[in-house]
Design a protein around this ligand. Sequence first.
Ligand SMILES: *[C@@H]1O[C@H](CO)[C@@H](O)[C@H](O)[C@H]1NC(C)=O
Ligand SMILES: *[C@@H]1O[C@H](CO)[C@@H](O)[C@H](O)[C@H]1NC(C)=O
Ligand SMILES: *[C@@H]1O[C@H](CO)[C@@H](O)[C@H](O)[C@H]1NC(C)=O
Ligand SMILES: *[C@@H]1O[C@H](CO)[C@@H](O)[C@H](O)[C@H]1NC(C)=O
Ligand SMILES: *[C@@H]1O[C@H](CO)[C@@H](O)[C@H](O)[C@H]1NC(C)=O
Length: 496
Amino acid sequence: MGKENLWLLVIWISLIKSCEPLNTTTESVFYSNTTLYEDHSDIETRFSLRTSEEPDEDVCYLVIGKEATISECRFNASSQTFVIIHGWSVSGLFESWVYKLVTALYEREPSANVIVVDWLDRASQHYPTSAENTRLVGKDVARFVNWLEDLEYPLERLHLLGYSLGAHVAGVAGNLMNHKVNRITGLDPAGPRFEHAEDLRRLSPDDANFVDVLHTNIRGTPDLSIGIQRPVGHVDIYPNGGAVQPGCTLQNTMKLIASFGINNMDQLVKCSHERSVHLFIDSLVNQQHQSMAFRCSSKEAFYKGLCLSCRKNRCNKLGYGVNKIRTSRSAKMYLKTRELMPYKVFHYQVKVHVFSQKNLSVVEQPMQVSLYGTHGEQEGISITVPTMSTNSTISFLVAADVEIGDLLMVKLKWERDSYLSTLFGKNEFIIRRLRIKSGETQSKLIFSAKEEEFAHLTQGGEEAVFVKSKENQESRRQARLHRLKMHGSFFNQATE
Ligand SMILES: *[C@@H]1O[C@H](CO)[C@@H](O)[C@H](O)[C@H]1NC(C)=O
Ligand SMILES: *[C@@H]1O[C@H](CO)[C@@H](O)[C@H](O)[C@H]1NC(C)=O
Ligand SMILES: *[C@@H]1O[C@H](CO)[C@@H](O)[C@H](O)[C@H]1NC(C)=O
Ligand SMILES: *[C@@H]1O[C@H](CO)[C@@H](O)[C@H](O)[C@H]1NC(C)=O
Ligand SMILES: *[C@@H]1O[C@H](CO)[C@@H](O)[C@H](O)[C@H]1NC(C)=O
């Protein structure tokens, strides 16, 4: 196994360096579905109906054209169906996430049918060959769906979930099936050879009534990225910016390898990629910790905290419980996550006006934020403020791992970035108040300096402390008055 995993690494690296986009040929089979569905002898793909008792065993296969297998496998025609499609495989075996996803789906929807598509033979080739095979497997999946439809199974109960190359298998299938299935979820769809491929060859929004996508490993230039960078669904979520997931850094992986051996070498490649699956599993089993994602024009704007709005469907739930919003063009959405399950964090925008008598302008400053609330507290959250200059307003994102509840107190500490910076006297800004918006609750609160009218934020100095301001009640009263005006009368309000 150790050798195999090393190979995986070597192959991944070599394949992503040698890839050409897949838009060179388009065969007519892609446009026509006539006569394809009569003879089923050429179907190599297998459809295993797993059970909640044995989520990692293939005990019964549904066979296209053989209606008896429906009852033999105890397919529940009045319940919904999930179809899991794996990706490229080096070992020729199912990866461990498959049974974990099967288990999680049954935990959430006990009466569902969870089917695992087995295309391991075609998936364990040299990557470019396996990538090409997504067309053949997609065709098989489309035939499977058409067959179910012929048996009068309603397609609005079908949900395909494809990981890596499997996401494109689902996309190809979506193109070829007679009618669209309810939903396709793309779990970090593969990038190499698909980034510039045309819609028919990869996952795209027209492949199902609703297509949602998690992008978790989009590091590097488009042609070298393991996950596809462009949005390919109705909702495209880029957790942690989509590039490297928390807990998946080179350093962490090297630690894993040091303590668990070379077997974990593949984690280096797969950790962020596979995180897409675990985020989805999290959404199935940890309903009380539902992660929220926010629409944003860029990762940079998101990290400034500028996109924590839920107005006009700008926020959505990550994973199984997503609101099926279909905008005309794909919208990128962002969130931060923890490094372990449950992945949910709580997002806050902190807005501060910084004053000074001197003209002072600094970049990339390390800060520590501590939050204290009615449910909990978190101290020392590290952030980097890109720029800060005299008499300007800065805005940044703070993500708390724990639920704070209603915020009561906030501390800001400006860390010394180097020994040099204090040689020439202390840099300092003066702050009167903080404005804090919560992404999860959408509440906006004002915090004012605790001790005096102003707090001093000194580089390498003490923390500046802020408490919930009396202005909040004032602004709430104004908001209420505003609402009353909008509603026209006090009487309407009283009956609301
Ligand atoms: C593939 O598509 C990309 C972007 O649409 C284009 O730049 C490139 O020339 C295409 N390649 C071929 C071989 O058609
Ligand atoms: C596939 O075939 C069916 C029935 O022959 C037809 O109604 C449908 O439009 C075809 N779909 C495509 C994509 O050609
Ligand atoms: C089949 O699914 C329906 C609806 O989800 C459920 O009520 C029923 O109990 C299931 N039947 C079996 C045998 O599991
Ligand atoms: C910043 O604004 C304050 C108050 O408005 C003013 O007193 C101060 O001189 C300004 N600082 C600079 C450097 O212009
Ligand atoms: C600060 O800089 C601004 C613009 O560069 C200038 O107009 C102002 O006079 C400066 N203030 C001080 C106190 O140096």
